[in-house]
Write a protein that binds this ligand. Structure first.
Ligand code: NAD
Length: 291
């Protein structure tokens, strides 16, 4: 029997609706809107599209957004000065820097300059530390969206064998940390892993974030596994994930499609993070997730 296809788009719509209502309540109580500042360096079309989508999503739920379009040649000190200014502004609650940055800018320096309480991408070492201690505060949006999808689909994480393919700071590592804090037994695979399929075949929950089309084939998946495909790749003008959907849908019990799976949840969770940041700043409530 073919797997259940997890409709991230539908879930994202209902999360957005919830955030919209919570934003309304926030505005009534505090007399200001939550506000997200997004920094876009250069004119890469994919990054520009992502930033535009984020701003549009903010608009749908009543979050104010400001986009700073910066020239590709900008000096690191200039970005740091802008971030310092946004850190000081009490009307700006969330700050994100669209990655990747041009090579002359050090991503870890730029993202660490954002105040931890405004760091809606969850990349500041303090937020990373809290997450790995099992006390998540600001958690990157994609991993948060993945866990929300699993919860919504009724997938029990506790005690499960979970395998995460990919160890990036924005997806693989924080996803593994969240699965761990929800009591899964977690394996992280990456580009130097030997015999990837020996690991993936053990997974009851398999999360794939490698950016390699068709990396995961049907025979690499345990029958009945839940498969979350984070990959976004353009192949012959079409968007595809990292999982061979046609093969794996016949083996897994549930699978996310690309597009329409994790992607929409990422945006929805960014909105939730921005509201969370605003609440933390105005009401002093800093915790985003149940431990
Ligand atoms: P990245 O390039 O920073 O990291 C990729 C990871 O995959 C690395 O840790 C690498 O070791 C691992 N990897 C690469 N080839 C591998 C292989 N053959 N076997 C095992 N591991 C391998 O990428 P990222 O930012 O983590 O993104 C991963 C993918 O997810 C990309 O396709 C990206 O576009 C997509 N993405 C989607 C969303 C979304 O919202 N849907 C969000 C972020 C990233």
């Amino acid at each position: 029997m073919a797997a259940r296809v997890l409709d991230g788009k539908a879930l994202a719509r209902s999360v957005e609706e919830e955030v919209r209502r919570d934003v309304q309540a926030f505005v009534q109580k505090h007399g200001i809107s939550p506000c997200l500042a997004a920094l876009l360096v250069g004119d890469d079309p994919v990054s520009s599209l992502y930033v535009r989508r984020k701003a549009e999503a903010c608009g749908r739920v009543g979050i104010r957004s400001e986009t700073f379009r910066l020239p590709r040649e900008i000096h690191e000190e200039e970005i740091l000065a802008l971030i310092a200014d946004l850190n000081r502004r009490s009307d700006v609650h969330g700050i994100l820097v669209q990655l990747p940055l041009p090579p002359h800018l050090r991503e870890e320096v730029v993202t660490s300059a954002i105040l931890p309480e405004k760091d809606v991408d969850g990349l500041h070492p303090m937020n990373v530390g809290y997450l790995f201690l099992g006390r998540p505060r600001m958690v990157p949006a994609t991993p948060r969206g993945i866990l929300e999808l699993l919860r919504w689909a009724g997938v029990e994480v506790r005690g499960k064998e979970a395998v995460v393919v990919g160890r990036s700071p924005i997806v693989g590592r924080p996803t593994a940390a969240l699965l761990l804090s929800q009591h899964a037994t977690v394996t992280i695979c990456h580009s130097r892993t030997t015999e990837l399929s020996a690991h993936t075949r053990r997974a009851e929950i398999l999360v794939v974030a490698a950016g390699r089309p068709r990396l995961i084939r049907g025979e690499m998946v345990k029958p009945g596994a839940v498969v979350i495909d984070v990959g976004v790749n353009r192949v012959d003008g079409k968007l595809v994930g990292d999982v061979d959907f046609a093969e794996v849908v016949e083996v897994a019990s549930a699978i996310t499609p690309v597009p329409g799976g994790v992607g929409p949840m990422t945006i929805a969770m960014l909105l939730r993070n921005t509201l969370q940041a605003a609440l933390a700043q105005l009401e002093g409530n800093g915790c985003t997730l149940e431990p």
